[in-house]
Design a protein around this ligand. Sequence first.
Ligand SMILES: NC(=O)C1=CN([C@@H]2O[C@H](COP(=O)(O)OP(=O)(O)OC[C@H]3O[C@@H](n4cnc5c(N)ncnc54)[C@H](O)[C@@H]3O)[C@@H](O)[C@H]2O)C=CC1
Ligand SMILES: O=C(O)[C@@H]1CCC=N1
Length: 266
Amino acid sequence: MKIAIIGTGNLGKSIAKGLITNNAITSLYLTKRNIEGLAEFEGYTNVHLTTDNLLAVQKSDIIIFAVQPAHFEGILKMIKPYLTEKHVLISTITGFLIPQIEQEIGEDKFIIRAMPNTAIAVGKSMTCLCSNTQGEKRIQIAEAIFNRLGHSLSIPESQMQAATVVCASGIAFWMRLIRATTQAAIQLGFDAKEAQELAMFTSEGAANLLITNGNHPEEEIDRVTTPKGCTIEGLNEMEHKGLSSSLIQGMVASFNKINNIKKEQI
Ligand SMILES: NC(=O)C1=CN([C@@H]2O[C@H](COP(=O)(O)OP(=O)(O)OC[C@H]3O[C@@H](n4cnc5c(N)ncnc54)[C@H](O)[C@@H]3O)[C@@H](O)[C@H]2O)C=CC1
Ligand SMILES: O=C(O)[C@@H]1CCC=N1
């Protein structure tokens, strides 16, 4: 696959690492306004670093956009004359809707929105996908890319904002939970390195139980909570302090913020 990433910042670099590590490219063009920040990608024969978005578009079939929302419209206007029927366009831009993209470059283009997360760098992204009518004809290309780098789910565009919070921002939310459990483990007597090891692998085990068994979390919780035991004591104290409620309220606040992102950045 000949892929370009337009805007190789935090997410773009994560996608590039995933693509390179998983041998998912024939050629990869990475663009950034200042390519000094891309030194880690030097030395790969099939990876090209450039400030020239037009070159990257012309040399590639699949164009992944990973710029901040305020920069996207200008880039679409600039590349429009260079788009051909070969191009599949994949936008990871938060809050930028397919009709807005179509308005800039036309409804006849293959347009897909993808919402991956930074775990794509290690082949573990939960990525949600949707497309315009034309893009449905190429959605299997996006599924092939993102399934190789984790797990994908096709959803209606109306759910993309929620997917951004749950999956993309979700990495940050889970990191906080892992950090908090690490802090607790230190307080309970482990050194910092061991504490993080315990927190990381326990959270991985919890997720894998659900992925493998397909159970509801409460079923797995029931297996852990010995009557009158220490687990239920801890769980109930967490709920008295509002654990579930604060997570839900935080995610709803994150969801509401997306509506204002584009307006605020202009
Ligand atoms: N960071 C994340 O975990 C996720 C981000 N997103 C979305 O991905 C997009 C990028 O987010 P981040 O990577 O966090 O931002 P970032 O600021 O780290 O990366 C954006 C990159 O685009 C480059 N850029 C700006 N204008 C450019 C231009 N004209 N040509 C080429 N490159 C240009 C910047 O130099 C920067 O390196 C945003 O729209 C965000 O909503 C979506 C899912 C997850
Ligand atoms: O924080 C943000 O706005 C972007 C979108 C989801 C993850 N990072």
